[in-house]
Design a protein around this ligand. Structure first.
Ligand SMILES: [Zn+2]
Length: 279
């Protein structure tokens, strides 16, 4: 499933093609994705100029003239692909956007867990999907003291708390495991036992891991690709994610003897960690 770095990579890939351009035609080739598309979806978008392309957590926010915002979520398999007006439609190309420069952007989603919504820009902050989100992990509000305060008193496993979108927005399974490894904190430890200095270390680790992943174009495991069709390459540098039994990159222990990186399940999600390094 695309996480924050993948969505950010998609945002950056769409910017040069869509920003400042007018949508001269929009077509939806089915009435629904995960949810029904809003009424008059194509008609409401057609003719409008794209004024901004932002990201909040794992949502893409395309700001259009006359105060309309398109919210898009990639779901499990959704991706945008750059094309030209005469590129033939592929299977699962569900929504197509054509610009006044002759570019075409196709939203393709085989599993249809993605979705799109239209909202008046002034109502964006109150949208049910966005209203309760915590701060952006790469934003100024997300500090060690903020995180320590939010974790205080919680008995839930630290990794589950990190994936609570009300505490920090956009953290998913891969980057939670990788950040906890970097911060040398056990994913299983009760969240409330993380004090001020460990919270600072964790915030630094989260910011570093996400920034490195964005610079690498995200992680392409099953579905992620950039709008240009290029793949991300951060998966090649995972320290722990999906590496059960492999040696930990820092401990240099004998994995045949110690079992190496462990896999466990926290809040229903596969979790990877080094029991020696992470406490
Ligand atoms: Zn280790």
């Amino acid at each position: 499933m695309p996480e924050l770095p993948e969505v950010e990579t998609v945002r950056r890939g769409l910017m040069p093609v869509l920003l400042g351009r007018r949508l001269v035609s929009v077509s939806a080739h089915r009435p629904d994705l995960r949810f029904p598309l809003p009424a008059d979806f194509a008609r409401r978008l057609t003719g409008r100029r794209v004024e901004s392309i932002e990201r909040r957590a794992k949502f893409l926010l395309v700001g259009l003239e006359d105060r309309l915002t398109l919210i898009a979520h990639l779901g499990m398999s959704g991706h945008f692909q750059l094309a030209t007006a005469d590129t033939p439609l592929r299977t699962h190309d569900h929504v197509c956007f054509a610009t006044d420069e002759g570019a075409s952007v196709r939203f393709n989603d085989a599993r249809r867990f993605g979705f799109m919504d239209l909202v008046a820009t002034e109502m964006l902050a109150d949208h049910p999907l966005l209203a309760a989100l915590g701060p952006e992990p790469l934003g100024d509000e997300f500090t060690g003291s903020y995180l320590a305060r939010r974790l205080s008193g919680r008995i839930a496993a630290l990794k589950a708390a990190l994936m609570d979108q009300r505490i920090v927005a956009g953290m998913g399974n891969i980057y939670a495991s990788e950040s906890l490894y970097r911060a040398r904190l056990s994913p299983q430890r009760p969240a409330g036992t993380v004090g001020a200095s460990a919270s600072r270390r964790l915030v630094d680790a989260i910011r570093a891991v996400l920034s490195e992943a964005i610079a690498a174009g995200g992680s392409s495991l099953r579905n992620h690709q950039r709008p240009s069709g290029e793949l991300g390459c951060f998966q090649h540098t995972f320290a722990v994610y999906d590496r059960a039994g492999a040696p930990c990159p820092d401990c240099r222990c004998d994995a045949a003897r110690t079992g190496g990186i462990r896999r466990t399940v926290i809040a229903g999600r596969a979790t990877f960690y080094c029991p020696k390094r992470q406490r």
